[in-house]
Design a protein around this ligand. Structure first.
Ligand code: ADP
Ligand code: MG
Length: 603
């Protein structure tokens, strides 16, 4: 077969395959065009997930008849005046979105430009366009797409359910809208208003409207600059973690991107404070001179390349880490809300009574939920459980304790009042109640101390009077012994002890005196065997330290006296990142007096 030149329509259909992959992609192109046209309001309507109808209306600068006809041609754009791909001032620049859409769908455009009193319309279908005709239309542009992919039925088959496509459209609009708070956006899906974002001068208002108030209330604000690269936005506290990376909103020069480098930076910054498969919530805006970034990498313009990737990476990771460290003792407000939700007495459905009997009075009273009564029982136990540890102190000391309580209440985590179930510290500040999970908190403290000791020199080791001999089998013993030299600076000293066994000579001094050494070794082996043999342990240092810290909870399941408890609270306040344990669980919950009063219907 000889080589032949493909017809224009087919070329456009092929191009459309790259750019318009699903309805949300068509919406992205149209909405970006409206943003580029300087619109202050953009209204979007879809039906059946965008498969049968997409309509985007804006009040932007519009087009004259000549441009209207040209806009449907491939590689026709008004946005690259200097032919300079390194100086891109608009979201669009490839001039192929409308041509691509026209090749695979029916498209109708109505528009009026700023200067003229005439409005024009044009239609195209399967790649064939009509001549512009006069019509009635206010200033701005409306583009309507019907039966997307009718000309490429194969693609139609790959679309997801209408619900899934609608969700993708909504997510796409939310992402675009986040970078343009001054533009108002609406989405109507199958006749129902599904997004309503009024214009605002405050970016954080727009973010809250999209991600939720809980994010705004517990996010850390970021604002930093290095060598003309500017990063701003909000980083969620680690305790507000999600099962997917869906809630990461990343922008480069106002362009919503899904970029591996950027998501990698976010992962790296949070690595230390989140469990492996959890994801933080962030909204980050990176702004840099346009010659520092190439946006012409991907037809859908979702990826970018940075001229100095290392600089960008360093800036983002250090800004996020810095913010997380500065955050000190904080947990997300959702943690408090969840706690309150569990405590609040729930409405119970009325149980139908046999006819003729009237309901007893009591059934109309709010009933206590099981969680509530459990909480109250737990509080009830407090008095009897905590008594012995206080009583054990000499009375003179008990008095000083009362005195110090007044001062301690001024600290963020307050004064320890009691310990319940041998693991929860109840503390009070002058306007709140704090519940601390002492096990989780202590694990975090040990971990942070390990990191600090290690970065200064090495982790302090405590020699064992009687070495602990552990039988591991040849393979496991060999694997661990091959790491013996690397484990030494981590405070763990092991030696071979006959075939298939090891002798533990020393353990990190910070670990418990009741440490279960065989269990520690077993967990470490689990951790180490997941690494490549060529990897050094220092590459996985934080994982190894975290595994060791799990065994460091001296205070788990142990009664503590007031001094020990207060010392732990003060330690938490001093230690960065102590608001969550190594797995991203909160280490404490704080309920304000107001919350508690609400719980009892007092306010
Ligand atoms: P690009 O956005 O890359 O230029 P498109 O195919 O998306 O390519 O659009 C082609 C041209 O049509 C744009 O350059 C712009 O001049 C014009 N255009 C498209 N949509 C609008 C709109 N909503 N308002 C005004 N002009 C528009
Ligand atoms: Mg465009």
């Amino acid at each position: 077969m000889p080589i032949r030149y493909l017809p224009e329509t087919l070329i456009n259909q092929i191009a459309a395959g790259e750019v318009i992959e699903r309805p949300a992609a068509a919406i992205k192109e149209l909405t970006e065009n409206s943003i580029d046209a300087g619109a202050s309001r953009i209204d979007i309507v879809i039906e059946d997930g965008g498969k049968t109808l997409i309509r985007v209306s804006d009040n932007g600068k519009g087009m004259n008849a000549e441009d209207l006809s040209a806009c449907l041609d491939r590689h026709a754009t008004s946005k690259l005046p200097g032919d300079d791909l390194l100086n891109i001032a608009h979201l669009g620049f490839r001039g192929e979105a409308l041509a691509s859409i026209a090749a695979i769908a029916h498209i109708d455009i109505m528009t009026r430009d700023q200067q003229s009193s005439e409005s024009w319309s044009i239609t195209a279908s399967g790649g064939k366009k009509t001549a512009p005709k006069p019509c009635a239309h206010p200033q701005g542009t409306q583009i309507e797409i019907r039966d997307l992919f009718f000309a490429t039925p194969a693609r139609l088959k790959f679309l997801k359910s209408e619900r899934a496509e609608t969700m993708a459209v909504k997510d796409m609009i939310a992402r675009l809208a986040m970078a343009y708070p001054e533009i108002s956006f609406t989405l109507t899906a199958d006749g129902k208003k599904s997004l309503n974002l009024p214009s605002t001068t405050k970016p954080q208002e727009r973010i809250a409207a999209i991600v939720g108030r809980e994010f705004r209330d517990s996010a850390l604000s970021i604002d930093t600059e290095r060598e003309s690269i500017h990063l701003s936005g909000f980083a969620g506290l680690p305790t507000l973690h999600k099962g997917t990376a869906q809630h990461q909103y990343l922008f480069v020069n106002g362009r919503a991107v899904r970029d591996k480098l950027l998501t990698g930076c976010v992962r790296a910054a949070y690595m230390d404070v989140l469990a492996k498969h959890r994801h933080p919530v962030v909204a980050l805006f990176l702004n840099l001179p346009s010659d520092q970034v190439d946006v012409n990498v991907h037809p859908a313009k979702a990826e970018v390349r940075f001229r100095d990737a290392a600089l960008v990476r360093g800036l983002i990771i250090s800004a996020l880490k810095h913010a997380l460290h500065e955050s000190g003792v904080q947990t997300a407000s959702t943690v408090t809300h969840a706690a309150l939700g569990a405590l609040r007495p729930q409405e119970r459905p009325t149980i139908a009574l046999p006819l003729g009997r009237s309901a007893p009075q009591a059934s109309s009273m709010p009933r206590m939920s099981p969680a509530m009564s459990a909480a109250l029982n737990a509080l009830h136990d407090t008095a009897s459980m905590s008594e012995p540890s206080y009583a054990a102190e000499p009375s003179a000391k008990a008095e000083t304790y009362i005195e110090t309580v007044q001062d301690e209440e001024d600290y963020p985590l307050g004064a320890a009042r009691a310990q319940i179930h041998e693991n929860y510290i109840i503390a009070q500040t002058d306007d709140s109640l704090v519940i601390v999970d002492q096990h989780a908190a202590h694990e975090r403290l040990v971990y942070e101390r390990f990191k600090a000791q290690f970065s200064e020199s090495r982790i302090e080791s405590q020699g064992l009077l009687i070495p602990e001999i552990i039988d591991l089998g040849e393979d496991q013993a060999h694997l661990l012994l091959s790491r013996a030299e690397e484990l030494k600076p981590l405070g763990l000293e092991i030696e071979a002890f006959g075939p298939g066994a090891i002798a533990v000579q020393g353990v990190p001094a910070l670990l418990s005196d009741r440490l279960n050494i065989p269990k520690l070794i077993e967990d470490l082996l689990d951790e180490i065997s997941s690494y490549d043999t060529s990897d050094t342990l220092s590459k996985h240092l934080n994982d190894v330290l975290s595994t060791m810290a799990c065994h460091g909870s001296i205070r788990s399941g142990r009664r503590m006296n007031a001094h020990e408890m207060n010392a732990l609270l003060r330690d938490m306040e001093r230690t960065p990142l102590s608001g969550q344990c190594n797995h991203g669980r909160p280490t404490f919950v704080k309920l304000s007096l107001k919350d508690i009063e609400r719980l009892f219907g007092r306010s």
